[in-house]
Design a protein around this ligand. Structure first.
Ligand code: BG6
Length: 496
C-alpha cells in the first residue's frame, strides 16, 4: 500500500521521545525509502526552537538512536530538510490558527495535500485538550484527507480517566481516526506471536488448558526510574507496564484465531480476552498480587540508590516498582490455567519473554532417570533482547539405557543476518501513516484492561499498609513472588 503525501505534526516535540525515538525512527523509514515523496515533520511545543535549532537537535538524536545512525552526513542532512518547528502555547486554543496557517503553507509549498497525522507526545493532561483545539480549527474533518491522531501512553491514569478520554476524543473524531499507542505491539517478536500461533499446525492444537500447565509473562528491566521519578511516582509498575504492555502480550497469547489478519478482526479477539479476565476480589488481591519497591544495593560493585532516594520521588513513597501477579482467563480455552505476569525495575537483567509451560506426559516412562525430571516442555518466546524462540525438549543421551537430557531448539533473530528488523516506533509510525490500526489498541479493550486493574489500584490506595516488599537493586524482586506459582518445586524462569 502506498503512503499518501502528508504532514506529521508532533506535539511535545521538545521532549525526549521525539529526540530518542520518533525522529530517529522517521530517519530509519527514510533510509528504507518508506516515506512518501512529499513529507514534512512539524515539531510543535512551547519551547522556543527555530527550524534550524530543532533540526540540529534532531540530527544529534539520529546520530545517537537511529538504527542507521552511521548514515552519510549528506543523507542525514537531506532528511533533516523535512523537519520544521512551530512554537505555540499548546494549552491555549487561540494559538492553533498559527498551526493551521503553517499547514496551509506546507500544502501549497511542499505538496502535502491537506493530509495530517497528529502525534501527541505531550504530558497526558493535554491529551483531551489538543484534539479539541484541532477540531475547533476543523482539522478533525477528513473529507477524503488523512486526519488521524496518535496518542502516546499513558491512556488515562485509571478507568475513569480512560473512559473520559475516550469519550472526549469520540466527540470530535471517529474511532478509525484514533491510534492509541503501545510500543510493545510494534516489536517484531510480538507480531511474530500471531505467526507462531496461527501459521504452525503443531502449536495451536496444544494451545489450551488440556496441554498447557501455566503461562509466564515477564518484562524485567535492569534500569531504575532514571530521570523519570516525577512521572513514575504517580504511576508505578501496574500503570506503567502491566495495564498496557504486559496485557497486550497476554491478549496475543490467549486470543482466539481471528478470521482474517485485519485490524478489527484481531482487535475483536483481543477484546474478548480482556472481557474474560476473572475479576479479583480483595482476597485474591492479597494472595495473588505482590508489589515491591527497590532499595539501595551494590550491583556489580556499583552502588545503586533506593527508589525513595531517586530525584522526583517522595521519600515516603509507596509506589511499586515491581509487580508479580497470578490471574485467570475464564473461557473455554483457558479455564483453570494460571497466567503469571511479572515486571520490575532494577532486576538483574533486561529481558521480556513469554514462557509457555506444557503439561508433562501422562506417565513418566524414564523413571530411572535421576538427572532429568521433566515438568513438561517449555516454549520461550523472547521479546527482547536476543529476540527469538526456544523450545525445550527431552532427548536420549547416546549410550546404554534411557537417559534423557533436556535440549534446546533455539532460533535467534540475529541469525537472519540479511534481514532488516525495523524498530517498534518505525513500524508503528509507518502503520499510522498508512492508516493500519492493527497494532494500535482499541478504546474498548483498553477500558476493559483498566477495569481489571482498577480494584487493585483502589485496594492499594485505600489500604496503604497492604504489603509493599522492599527488594535490593539487582535482585529478582520480593522472594515471596516464587510462592505464587502453583505446582510442586515450580518457580519463575530466571533468565540470565
Ligand atoms: C515504557 C515505560 O512504556 O516502557 C518505561 O514507561 C519502560 O518505564 C519502557 O522502561 C520499557 O520499554 P522496553 O521497550 O525497553 O521494554
Amino acid at each position: 500500500k502506498k503512503i499518501k503525501d502528508q504532514v506529521l505534526v508532533i506535539f511535545g516535540a521538545s521532549g525526549d521521545l521525539t529526540y530518542r525515538k520518533l525522529v530517529p525512527a522517521l530517519f530509519d523509514l527514510y533510509k528504507q525509502k518508506s516515506l512518501p515523496d512529499n513529507f514534512v515533520v512539524l515539531g510543535v511545543a512551547r519551547s522556543s526552537f527555530t527550524d534550524e535549532s530543532f533540526k540540529e537537535k534532531m540530527i544529534d538524536g539520529i546520530r545517537q538512536f537511529s538504527i542507521s545512525k552511521d548514515a552519510p552526513e549528506k543523507e542525514v542532512n537531506t532528511f533533516a530538510e523535512k523537519l520544521f518547528y512551530l512554537s505555540i502555547n499548546t494549552d491555549d486554543g487561540t494559538e492553533y490558527s498559527k498551526l493551521t496557517s503553517r499547514l496551509n503553507e506546507f500544502d501549497s509549498e511542499k505538496g502535502t495535500d491537506g493530509n495530517y497525522l497528529f502525534y501527541l507526545s505531550t504530558p497526558p493532561n493535554l491529551y483531551p485538550l489538543i484534539p479539541k483545539f484541532l477540531a475547533q480549527e476543523g482539522l478533525n474533518e477528513s473529507k477524503g484527507k488523512i486526519r488521524r491522531i496518535v496518542i502516546e501512553k499513558p491512556f488515562g491514569t485509571d478507568l475513569k480517566s480512560a473512559v473520559e478520554l475516550n469519550k472526549s476524543l469520540l466527540n470530535d473524531y471517529e474511532e478509525h481516526q484514533i491510534y492509541r499507542m503501545d510500543h510493545y505491539l510494534g516489536k517484531e517478536t510480538v507480531q511474530n506471536l500471531l505467526v507462531t500461533r496461527f501459521s504452525n499446525s503443531i502449536y495451536e492444537p496444544l494451545w489450551n488448558r488440556n496441554y498447557i500447565h501455566h503461562v509466564e509473562i515477564t518484562a524485567a528491566e535492569s534500569i531504575g526510574v532514571e530521570n523519570r521519578g516525577g512521572y513514575y511516582d504517580h504511576s508505578g509498575a501496574m500503570r506503567d507496564m502491566i495495564q498496557n504492555h504486559l496485557f497486550q502480550l497476554l491478549a496475543l497469547v490467549a486470543m482466539e484465531p481471528p478470521t482474517v489478519i485485519e485490524s478489527d478482526a484481531i482487535r475483536n479477539e483481543k477484546l474478548k480476552v480482556f472481557q474474560a479476565l476473572r475479576p479479583l476480589s480483595h482476597v485474591d488481591i492479597q494472595n495473588n498480587v505482590i508489589r515491591g519497591q527497590y532499595t539501595a544495593a551494590n550491583v556489580k560493585r556499583v552502588p545503586q540508590k533506593g527508589y525513595r532516594e531517586e530525584k522526583g520521588v517522595d521519600p515516603n513513597s509507596r509506589t511499586e516498582t515491581y509487580v508479580a501477579m497470578k490471574m485467570f482467563i475464564d473461557n473455554w480455552r483457558w479455564g483453570g490455567v494460571p497466567f503469571y505476569v511479572r515486571t520490575g525495575k532494577h532486576l538483574p537483567t533486561r529481558v521480556s519473554e513469554i514462557v509457555i509451560h506444557f503439561k508433562p506426559t501422562p506417565l513418566n516412562l524414564f523413571v530411572d532417570n535421576k538427572e532429568y525430571c521433566s515438568d513438561g516442555n517449555v516454549l520461550v518466546i523472547r521479546i527482547h533482547p536476543d529476540e527469538g524462540i526456544l523450545l525445550k525438549t527431552g532427548m536420549k543421551v547416546p549410550g546404554n539405557g534411557y537417559k534423557v537430557k533436556e535440549v534446546n531448539m533455539d532460533f535467534h533473530y540475529s541469525q537472519l543476518q540479511d534481514t532488516y528488523v525495523p524498530g517498534a516506533y518505525e513500524r508503528l509510525l509507518l502503520d499510522a501513516m498508512l492508516g493500519d490500526s492493527t497494532l494500535y489498541t482499541r478504546g474498548d479493550a483498553l477500558e476493559f484492561a483498566w477495569k481489571f486493574v482498577q480494584p487493585i489500584l483502589d485496594y492499594w490506595e485505600t489500604n496503604p499498609n497492604a504489603p509493599l516488599y522492599g527488594y535490593p537493586c539487582g535482585s529478582w524482586g520480593p522472594e515471596c513472588a516464587d510462592g505464587l506459582i502453583e505446582g510442586e518445586n515450580m518457580t519463575w524462569r530466571y533468565p540470565c
